[in-house]
Design a protein around this ligand. Structure first.
Ligand code: 5AD
Ligand code: SF4
Length: 447
């Protein structure tokens, strides 16, 4: 096509970043950039970075470093860094890597096309990383013909985090909590539903505190449970998920939603981080193990089939073998459906970086291995217990092995593969009887 340019986006990190990349691709598309699968073909490269752990940030730096040769061959190539590393490092990235044109923080992605055009035309190098407390997430309607699954989408409902867990860089990279206007969220969900989307995942760093900032500034009283009820009322949406949650903000009203809103999927990702009260206090988490377990019990009373998943950090500064044993006890007690677990890593600006009693790397590795081995067993036992049950599965598409095999997701987000000779459509709901529990998926037959 005449007048088009090529855009290559590489995305690291969380679902917030994935959604931000979709938004950037759409905005650039409106400015005649078409997405390409190869960085070598691009006129503009955007690396949307993550800084949550040292390793994630390292990956971004090494990818960016590798683009120097491309820029030397093609000086008119525009290279932009977005996401949390961009926010964290700002201007200093431009100094460190002279082949970069643009550093753009999460609040500024809506200005990407304008900033890229400026970089192209005037060869100006810019760091757009201001974080404004009065920032309002603009209304935005997703385009439906640009990539992505046709039946499920992410909808960002808030940005930022107010919690300052001592290990975490996010409050420093994403700023304070800013909730999106409920009317903009509902307009986006209705628009998606009208275009055939059946499943919505509401996104934010701490969705359970949605609306609190708006209430404090005299706007509407809509909180997260009320938002869930409003989203559930949108015709055409059959499944609602959300991520991520802080246990301290999990209210009885949110628990009630799991009993009362049938469209709300029976899955709760509830990061525990540690099973030791001493470590939880040092992490500034504002709950004890007992508080956490009481919330898990309440969720299970409201929705007995609910899957609970979590995040765990091992080797936080000062974590003793006894503290770690309490984390192991917690996973044995809760019996998580699955868990993401990480070795603690120092992050710039996060205060735990200055905490004494750092745990040696080999101790962290050994604890992580023990935890993951036990969690794998628990996950396998829970999967095996599903054999013989009939699950409602939302069709995703043909499975990778093609043939007559299809793939879908259960309400608690497990991958379920099954055979079917008919043509199926993504988003369709079907009952599947589980015949076999594989390592990362289930196999079944249409019931
Ligand atoms: N080191 C290790 N893991 C971390 N996480 C957040 N910060 C760190 C860090 N400094 C983990 C937490 C969080 C998940 C997204 O990443 O478990 O819930
Ligand atoms: Fe990574 Fe957190 Fe930033 Fe997401 S918000 S990209 S997980 S640092």
């Amino acid at each position: 096509m005449a007048g088009t340019r090529n855009l290559y986006i590489e995305t690291f990190g969380c679902q917030m970043n994935e959604r931000d990349s979709e938004i950037m691709a759409q905005l650039m598309g409106e400015d005649s950039y078409l997405e390409t699968a190869r960085a070598e073909d691009a006129d503009c490269i955007v690396v949307n970075t993550c800084s949550i752990r040292g390793k994630a940030a390292q990956k971004a730096y090494s990818l960016l470093g590798g683009y120097r040769a491309l820029k030397e061959r093609r000086p008119d190539l525009v290279i932009a860094v977005a996401g949390c590393v961009a926010q964290q490092d700002g201007e200093s990235l431009l100094k460190r890597m002279p082949h970069l044109d643009l550093v753009i923080g999460p609040q500024n992605i809506y200005r990407l096309a304008e900033l890229v055009a400026a970089a192209r035309d005037k060869a100006a190098r810019t760091a757009a990383t201001e974080l404004r407390p009065d920032f309002a997430i603009p209304p935005f309607l997703p385009k439906m013909d640009g990539g992505g699954p046709p039946h499920k989408r992410f909808v960002t409902i808030m940005q930022g985090c107010n919690n300052f867990c001592t290990y975490c860089v996010v409050p420093h990279t994403r700023g304070r909590e800013i909730s999106r206007r409920p009317e903009d969220i509902l307009a986006e969900v209705s628009h998606l539903a009208a275009h055939g989307v059946r499943e919505i995942t509401l996104l934010g760093q701490n969705v359970n505190s949605y609306g609190r900032d708006r209430q404090a500034t005299g706007h509407d009283p809509l909180d997260f449970p009320a938002l869930l009820r409003a989203v559930a009322a949108v015709e055409g949406i059959s499944r609602i998920r959300f991520t991520t949650s802080h246990p301290k903000d999990l209210s009885p009203e949110l628990v009630r939603c799991f009993a009362e809103i049938a469209k709300l999927c029976p899955h709760f990702h509830l990061p525990v981080q540690s099973g030791s009260d001493r470590i939880l206090a040092r992490m500034n988490r504002h709950y004890t193990r007992a508080d956490y377990l009481a919330k898990v019990a309440a969720l299970r009373r409201a929705r007995p089939d609910i899957a609970i998943t979590t995040d765990i950090i091992v080797g936080f500064p000062g974590e003793s073998e006894a503290d770690f044993a309490e984390t192991m006890e917690t996973i044995n007690f809760v019996r998580y459906d699955s868990a993401f677990s990480f070795k603690y890593s120092d992050r710039p600006l996060a205060v735990a970086a200055d905490f004494p009693a750092k745990v040696p790397e080999e101790v962290k590795s050994e604890r992580l291995a023990r935890l993951q081995a036990r969690q794998d067993e628990i996950s396998q036992e829970i999967s095996a217990a599903l054999v013989g049950q009939t699950l409602e599965v939302m069709v995703e598409g043909r499975s990778k092995n093609a043939g007559r095999q299809w793939s879908g997701r259960s309400a608690d987000n497990r991958i379920v593969n099954f055979d079917c000779d008919r043509q199926l459509a993504p988003g369709q709901l079907l009952p599947v009887r589980v015949a076999e529990a594989c390592r990362h998926s289930l196999r079944g037959r249409l019931a």
